[in-house]
Design a protein around this ligand. Structure first.
Ligand SMILES: Cc1ncc(C[n+]2csc(CCOP(=O)(O)OP(=O)(O)O)c2C)c(N)n1
Length: 276
C-alpha cells in the first residue's frame, strides 16, 4: 500500500499532466497553475472538508481563488474529488456555454464560491466569509484563500489583513504563492515584498513559511493548523517556482500564460514522467 505522501505526490503529477493537456488545446495561465499545483493538491485532495455532492452544505470549508487566473489548477483538483470529470474541464474550457474559463465564475459553476480575476478582491471577500461564518455560529468550517505574490501589492490585501486580525479570524487560512514573477516582470522589478513573513507577523498573523513544492511540509503545515474556532488568522508563505515541473517553463516570464505546441507538449509530458 502506498503512503499518503506518495499518493499526494502522484496526484500532483496527474494534475500537472492534465494542465499540460489543456494547455495543448487552450491558452491557460500555466506558469502560476504549475507553481500552485502542489499546495492546491494537498488542500483539495487531503485537507478540505468538502462534499462534491453537496457544494452548498453549510458545514463545508470554503475556498476562494484570489489569484483568479489559476482557475485550471483549481478545476482539475475539483475534478479529482468528483465535482465533475477532468474531460469536462478540457472540453468545456473557454467554450460558449462551458463552466470553465481563464477565471473562475460562480454564475456557471456551482463549485466556485466567488467569481474572481481582479487581483486584490478575492482575499477581502474571503475575510468577509470567515467573519460571516462566525456570526452564523459556524465554528468548525474554515475559509482557505490562495493569493499571488504580485497580488500582495494591492492595497485591499492589507486592509483585509488588518481586518482579519481585528476580528480574530482564526478560521481564515491564506496561502501566498511566492514564485517571484508576475505577468510583466519579476516581483523585484515591480513591487518587491521584502520580508513578507515579518509584515504578516506585525499585523498579528500566525505565519508558516515553507517550500511550496514539498508535499510533506505542506501536509504538516495543514496538520498543525490551530482549530477553526481559534483567534489568530494563519498565512502560509509558500516559496514556489513558476512553471514548476516543466524545465523549459520554470522561472520563464513568458510562460505566465500560453499554449504549448505538439512538440512542447511531448517534451513536457516526458519531463513529468521522469518526476514520478
Ligand atoms: C487588479 C488587476 N490588475 C491586473 C491584472 C492583470 N494580471 C493578471 S495576472 C497578473 C500577474 C499576477 O502576478 P501574481 O499575483 O504574482 O500571480 P502568479 O505569478 O502566481 O500567476 C496581472 C498583473 C488583474 N488580473 N487584476
Amino acid at each position: 500500500m502506498i503512503d499518503q505522501i506518495t499518493k499526494l505526490e502522484r496526484a500532483a503529477t496527474k494534475i500537472r499532466r492534465q494542465l499540460l493537456k489543456l494547455c495543448s488545446i487552450q491558452v491557460i495561465h500555466i506558469g502560476g497553475d504549475l507553481s500552485s499545483t502542489d499546495f492546491m493538491t494537498v488542500l483539495w485532495q487531503y485537507q478540505m472538508k468538502y462534499d462534491p455532492k453537496n457544494p452548498k452544505d453549510e458545514g463545508r470549508d470554503r475556498f476562494v481563488l484570489s489569484k483568479g487566473h489559476a482557475s485550471a489548477v483549481t478545476s482539475f483538483n475539483q475534478a479529482a474529488i468528483g465535482c465533475f470529470s477532468p474531460e469536462a474541464v478540457i472540453n468545456e474550457y473557454a467554450t460558449d456555454n462551458g463552466r470553465f474559463s481563464m477565471h473562475s465564475c460562480n454564475i456557471v459553476n456551482p463549485y466556485v464560491e466567488v467569481s474572481t480575476g481582479s487581483l486584490g478582491h478575492g482575499f477581502p471577500v474571503a475575510c468577509g466569509m470567515a467573519a460571516a461564518l462566525r456570526l452564523k455560529g459556524n465554528h468548525t468550517s474554515r475559509v482557505y484563500v490562495v493569493m499571488g505574490d504580485g497580488e500582495q501589492s494591492e492595497g485591499s490585501i492589507w486592509e483585509a489583513v488588518m481586518n482579519a486580525y481585528h476580528y480574530k479570524l482564526g478560521n481564515l487560512v491564506a496561502i501566498v504563492d511566492w514564485n517571484g514573477l508576475e505577468s510583466d516582470g519579476t516581483l523585484d522589478q515591480i513591487t518587491g515584498l521584502g520580508n513578507l513573513a515579518e509584515k504578516y507577523k506585525v499585523c498579528g498573523w500566525r505565519v508558516c513559511e515553507l517550500d511550496g513544492h514539498d508535499i510533506t511540509a505542506i501536509k504538516e503545515a495543514f496538520d498543525q493548523l490551530p482549530p477553526a474556532d481559534s483567534n489568530q488568522p494563519t498565512v502560509f508563505i509558500c516559496h514556489t517556482i513558476k512553471g514548476k515541473g516543466i524545465p523549459f517553463m520554470e522561472n520563464q516570464l513568458h510562460w505566465h500564460a500560453g499554449k504549448v505546441t505538439a512538440e512542447q507538449y511531448t517534451e513536457a509530458i516526458q519531463a513529468l514522467k521522469m518526476e514520478v
